[in-house]
Design a protein around this ligand. Sequence first.
Ligand SMILES: [Zn+2]
Length: 165
Amino acid sequence: MDRCEECGFEYDLTRAPTAGTAIVQAASEVAAVLSDEAADLRTRRQPETWSPIEYGCHLRDVLLVQRERVLTARRVDRPCFEPMGREERVEHDGYAGQDPRDVVRQLTDAAGLFANVLSRLRPEDWERTVTYRYPTTAERSLRWVAVHTVHEVRHHLGDVRRQLS
Ligand SMILES: [Zn+2]
């Protein structure tokens, strides 16, 4: 089982069927943090570390991309997914200038949209495979894609909480 050294998340693939619920829950916690109007959401604590609003935009985009990837994997055999361009999007989509109220709403919707697609996977669909390019190029099951996405949201929830504590 893979484990994230930084946040301690464990990749337990047997938990994939609960991933949608876990993602909605963790995204709602990120949304709660980003709803604090008194909080400094826009300042980068270090030049190379995203601000809370940038993390929120990143998570929204992750959830939208993952939704499309899972939908693709249902109709295409062994698709290969290019990286989402996590760094480029910060500039291309102007993360730093976005309104936290919009991001909260969009993040919440993105989590619900992705969870809906996961909820419609049949038992055999979870074993469909994709080539995934992060953190290394490897063939992964949709179980892994779902659990990896739970990790993304939880990991960055920790990032924004640390910045605002
Ligand atoms: Zn982690």
